[in-house]
Design a protein around this ligand. Structure first.
Ligand SMILES: *Cc1c(COP(=O)(O)O)cnc(C)c1O
Length: 356
């Protein structure tokens, strides 16, 4: 038995994996594999419709917004967002809270002017900048709600007068959000939605086609909206497993129910990090992420030993990002409270053995 705390691709529920495996052999009793059916078949259109409907229902996406399922990962939207929303002579406002947002900033600069309103880079991205005012005369404001690598996040919806764009790759479906406040939300599936290979985009009607730029067709959000994610072959299997995962989430009671569970999971682990003399959290307390918990050992020379101890107990995926080091445990929706209790128990046991 493994306890998977990997940051992405992340854990999926057992039931979801069982159904996903079954469909590879025989999808919906068609005698065909989900891997070999046409994306234009009636069976797949039903999958696409249900996936969209589940996402709409779980996130309370209003009719003012379209939902599309694209390939290319969250990283492709670092470029597609400015390509679609930033005129050549326009300015976009970005908040720099980590490696992903700084990559988004670098891409946006290729299409127009970028103004970084605040950054925590000089503090190793250990906090989430606050207390600034976003100007009214810019094309859009872009931020990353949860910093997967650094373990910081915000639960607030920024109050701005310009289109709001958010990379929600690692916290979408983990908490209730007010979709109506956003012009565009994008999220790679592999953290909290489903398997790698699909990116969910929620886009407000009427914000596209205003830059005057001739966008390559495949990078034009408007084309994907008009074709309902079927302009070209979508990530059929990733969308199918996403549907299974969203059904699982709906059956659990939906986002507000899982949010309460996520709050309990994160609180339990942070409590241990704060109480245990061997460990320290790396993110400022008020900015702590509920999805990615980052910490180090106070005695650095014990890090390798703790890693080994944890992995012998079946705990996997807790190494910090390769740019950061230390530990990171990701508590995505499919990681249950029992797994977090086991991790905490393991930390305590190690501390006891080391006689701290
Ligand atoms: C993982 C991640 C990305 C990168 O996603 P890809 O699908 O690999 O391109 C971008 N932003 C955030 C916040 C992430 O967690």
């Amino acid at each position: 038995m493994k306890y998977n705390f990997g940051a992405g691709p992340g854990k999926l529920a057992k039931e979801v994996l069982a159904e996903a495996a079954e469909a590879v052999q025989n999808f919906n009793n068609t005698g065909l594999s989900i891997l070999e059916i046409s994306h234009r078949s009636e069976d797949f259109i039903e999958v696409l419709n249900e996936t969209e409907q589940l996402a709409r229902q779980l996130l309370a996406v209003p009719d003012t917004h379209d939902i599309i399922f694209l390939q290319g990962g969250a990283s492709s939207h670092f470029a597609m967002v400015p390509m679609n929303l930033l005129p050549d002579d326009g300015t976009a406002i970005y908040l720099d809270t980590g490696m992903w947002s700084s990559k988004a900033i670098a891409e946006a600069k290729k299409f127009g002017k970028v103004s970084v309103i605040a950054s925590s880079v000089n503090a190793d991205y250990s906090f989430y900048p606050k207390g600034f005012t976003v100007p009214k005369d810019a094309a859009y404001y872009h931020f990353t709600s949860n910093n997967t690598i650094y373990g910081t996040g915000t639960f607030e919806t920024p109050q701005v007068d310009i289109p709001l764009v958010c990379d929600m790759s690692s916290d979408i479906f983990s908490r209730d959000i007010d979709v109506s406040a956003y012009s565009l939300i994008y999220a790679g599936a592999q953290k909290n939605i489903g398997p790698a290979g699909m990116t969910l985009v929620i886009v407000k009607k009427g914000i596209l086609g205003r830059t005057g730029r001739d966008i390559p067709t495949i990078f034009d959000y408007g084309v994907h909206v008009a074709h309902r994610s079927l302009y070209n072959t979508p990530a059929v299997y990733a969308i199918y497993v996403t549907m299974l995962n969203l059904r699982w989430l709906a059956a659990k009671g939906g986002v507000s129910v899982i949010e309460q569970e996520n709050i309990r999971k994160a609180a339990l682990l942070y409590q241990e990090i704060d109480d245990n003399p061997l460990f320290s959290g790396t993110a400022r307390k008020e900015d702590r992420s509920r999805m990615n918990v980052t910490f180090v050992m106070n005695a650095k020379d014990l890090e390798y030993e703790f890693s080994t101890f944890a992995s012998q107990r079946g705990i996997v995926g807790i190494a910090g990002h390769r740019h950061v080091g230390g530990f990171r445990t990701s508590l995505y929706n499919a990681v249950d409270l029992k797994a977090v209790e086991f991790l905490v128990e393991t930390m305590r046991e190690f501390t006891r053995i080391k006689q701290y």
